[in-house]
Design a protein around this ligand. Structure first.
Ligand code: GLN
Ligand code: ZN
Length: 757
């Protein structure tokens, strides 16, 4: 039989059991024992789901984050976590979530920084290093789970993050060279591996996904050093890579002295032949043949077509697995009882993916005939998807094929059109605005929920949302803001709202994926050619404009963000899908313009998230992403002012692309960077208007007017004052009106002060 294994299973639970247990625990409604019991139950159930595998992962489960777990295992929680003899869970959550002053922590503890896990939408807690960093092993978590797995009858394969990737993921707080810590780190890994073996493990999965990124010489050297050092260890190491191709690191990955190598064969199919030639004869090659990042069924026959010869060559040295941890997909498709059955027949979530894996292994060992029925069913599903008229819309394809560069071109350049806009809009210097959403009160959420459930009629729903819009406009007028918004009360989520109205999308009910800690997202599923049957936002925004003489800013989500926050089709390049989205949102932009909306904001919060893992691939992504934005935005008249918004704090390396978007105004998150972020815009001589966020909306603190004035003065040192706007960092939907009103009042006062100065 071919060895099968899995790199990790979703830990949040089929019904988000872990989320609710965690939140109950944080609220003090659940004690530690119950939380730990929930964890144990989830692990047991996950192992049951993986019963058929030769090796099941152990240690992939985490109460918050696998990188933070590794920091705890290596004795590298920051000092502010508390003393080593304090409650372990307390220390862990202090770093996971931070703690406000009061309770047991007099001065409060700030959480560890969170950042994206490679190119996924999962976020991990960044390990912290400094010159005094020392490591010491705490194997408790892994040994407990190993023992648990043993008593559950699991053939265990512990999963850990490799030493070099661990250092790479972290940040040095005092410019200490992270790699200088490797010498101290390796003995701890040595100890850990020995202990795992002593406790019954034979194989250990050691993740070094940095092998699919561009590595400097010192990092490649560190990999060599680390694995030569760990070679003497009795554990059989499966060096594990995922999310991309090895490319220039291929030889290095093949030569490191380990017992096996795992390759993401969904991304690096082209490298399989070379690796199977190069890999020394004593090594195992594990191929990730099932896409762990997407929700489509695998084409089993097509996979077997290329896999069979590899199997013939490698025989028992070939292992099979999903491409990466299944953390990135929902648990069980069988929960989706209300989904369109045709589309459901094309999908596979974590449990289904493991079934597919089993089928492939059986077909390789016993021949395809042995699973003829299953292969036929699979082939039917693949064919049904390929031929479905719901997937292909000829008029959409025609429109994409007819795209010309002119479509993304404004009528006039920024200089000319900004003068036209100024004479139309008559805005004061330092115009004030917000990013779109206003507080989503309990009442609004309930109204939406009850409407969804059919408990209130469309007329009543509409009346309530209108009431909310009226209130929102009224408050903004009272505050004296210059450019108003309708407040987004009708939107649950900035992507889902549009996905629900576009042709080509379906939604799952339980398709949750962990984003960080207890936070989950339910990405909509983009399965077919995208079109917009009718206007999506115009009525609400037109209504809002009818209530005020001030200019109103219409609010849309851009094509790149919609793409990056969805599960997207794998049967065409992402670029093509993005262009389809661009054409659909473009129509909405033009409809808004026709409805008399003179300012339109197109949010691209997730533009940066789509950046490929290797910098050498960035340009081609940015080229089509920016083209898509331009197609969406630039069909308007000179009089119409286009805004865009982005909320992250790294622009340096993509500033050229941002400038190419050519939005008349860009609003960004800057308050926490003390306006230093604007250096990137200054250095590039960014030509258009900028609204640098003047206060952090994540915090309930009311910003101080003087502070805002001083921030704006700093901004004006970098960007000419006549091109500056004043706005918060991001949308206000998570705040309460009590917080929003004084904050915006301070902001408007600051603008007045600046104008008079
Ligand atoms: N317009 C959105 C809002 O204000 C933007 C959200 C975001 O940037 N993440 O909520
Ligand atoms: Zn934002």
């Amino acid at each position: 039989m071919v060895t099968t294994h899995n790199l990790g299973f979703p830990r949040i639970g089929e019904r988000r059991e872990l989320k609710f247990a965690l939140e109950g625990f944080w609220e003090g409604e659940l004690d530690e024992k119950s939380l730990r019991e929930t964890g144990a139950k989830l692990r047991t159930s996950n192992w049951q789901d993986q019963e058929q595998l030769t090796l099941a992962p152990v240690g992939d489960f985490s109460l918050y984050d696998q990188v933070l777990d590794m920091s705890a295992t290596l004795g590298n929680l920051p000092d502010r976590a508390g003393k080593a003899d304090e409650n372990e869970l307390d220390r862990y959550f202090r770093i996971a979530r931070g703690r406000s002053p009061g309770d047991s922590d007099c001065c409060g503890v700030h959480a560890g920084e969170m950042t994206k896990w490679f190119d996924t939408n999962y976020h991990y807690i960044v390990p912290e290093f400094d010159a005094s960093t020392q490591f010491s092993l705490d194997p408790t978590r892994l040994l407990e789970q190993l023992a648990e797995a043993k008593s559950a009858g699991v053939n265990s394969k512990p999963v850990i993050i490799g030493p070099v990737t661990y250092l790479w993921l972290g940040k040095s707080k005092d410019n200490t060279d992270r790699l200088s810590l490797l010498d101290d780190l390796l003995p701890v890994y040595g100890e850990l591996l020995q202990l795992l073996v002593d406790n019954g493990a034979e194989w250990v999965q050691i993740d070094e996904p940095i092998l699919v990124t561009e590595l400097g010489g010192e990092w490649r050297h560190a990999l060599n050093l680390a694995y030569h050092n760990l070679k003497a260890n009795p554990a059989k190491l499966l060096l594990t890579t995922y999310f991309g191709q090895l490319r220039e690191n291929l030889q290095l990955a093949c030569e490191l002295p380990v017992a096996g190598l795992h390759l993401d064969a969904t991304n690096a199919r082209d490298e399989v032949a070379r690796i199977s030639d190069w890999l020394p004869g004593h090594k195992v090659l594990s191929l990730g043949v099932i896409d762990g990042r997407n929700i489509w069924k695998t084409d089993l026959n097509a996979t077997l077509d290329w896999l069979e010869p590899v199997h013939q060559k490698l025989q028992e040295r070939l292992w099979l697995a999903p491409s990466c941890s299944l953390l990135h997909v929902p648990v069980d498709l069988n929960s989706e009882t209300t989904m369109d059955p045709e589309i459901r027949s094309w999908l596979a979530f974590a449990r289904q993916k493991l079934e597919e894996l089993q089928l492939l292994a059986t077909a390789l060992t016993e021949g395809r005939e042995s699973i003829a029925d299953a292969l036929k069913t699979n082939a039917d599903a693949i064919l049904s998807r390929r031929n479905s008229t719901r997937v292909t819309a000829p008029q959409v394809r025609k429109a994409v094929a007819a795209i010309t560069p002119e479509l993304g071109q404004r009528k006039s350049d920024y200089q000319k059109r900004s003068a036209i806009q100024a004479s139309h809009l008559k805005l004061p210097r330092y115009p004030t605005t917000t990013i779109g959403s206003f507080p989503q009160t309990k009442d609004i959420r309930q109204t939406r929920l009850r409407f969804r459930k059919g408990e209130i009629q469309p007329e009543e729903y509409e009346a309530r949302i209108r009431e909310e819009i009226r209130h929102c406009i009224h408050e903004q007028e009272k505050l004296g803001l210059d450019v108003l918004v309708h407040g987004e009360a009708e939107r649950n989520d900035m992507v889902e709202y549009f996905g629900e109205q576009l042709e080509g999308y379906v939604f799952s009910r339980f398709g949750w994926v962990q984003s960080y800690g207890s936070r989950c997202v339910k990405p909509p599923i983009l399965f077919g050619d995208i079109s917009r049957p009718r206007a999506m936002t115009v009525e609400w925004i037109r209504y809002a404009q009818s209530l005020t003489d001030k200019p109103l800013k219409g609010m849309l989500t851009g094509p790149v963000t919609i793409l990056n926050w969805s599960f997207v089709r794998d049967d065409q390049p992402r670029k093509d899908t993005c262009l389809q989205l661009a054409l659909a949102i473009r129509e909405e932009v033009l409809d808004l313009e026709r409805a008399g909306v003179n300012i339109i904001q197109i949010d691209e919060a997730a533009l940066r998230e789509g950046l490929p893992l290797r910098q050498s691939d960035w340009q081609s992504y940015l080229d089509w992403a920016i083209e898509a934005f331009r197609i969406t935005a630039n069909g308007v008249k000179d009089e119409t002012q286009i805004h865009t918004h982005m909320c992250y704090s790294e622009f340096n390396d993509i500033i050229e692309a941002i400038a190419r978007m050519d939005a008349d105004v860009i609003t960004i998150e800057t308050s926490r960077s003390n306006m230093e972020l604007l250096d990137a815009f200054k250095g590039f001589q960014y030509p258009n208007d900028i609204g640098p966020g003047v206060y952090d909306i994540h915090s309930p603190n009311v910003p101080d007017t003087d502070h805002i004035v001083s921030l704006m003065n700093k901004a004006a040192e970098r960007i000419p004052a006549e091109r500056l706007w004043i706005n918060p960092d991001c949308g206000l939907k998570t705040r309460s009106w009590d917080e929003v009103i004084p904050a915006l009042r301070g902001m408007v006062a600051a603008a007045q002060e600046l104008r008079e100065a």
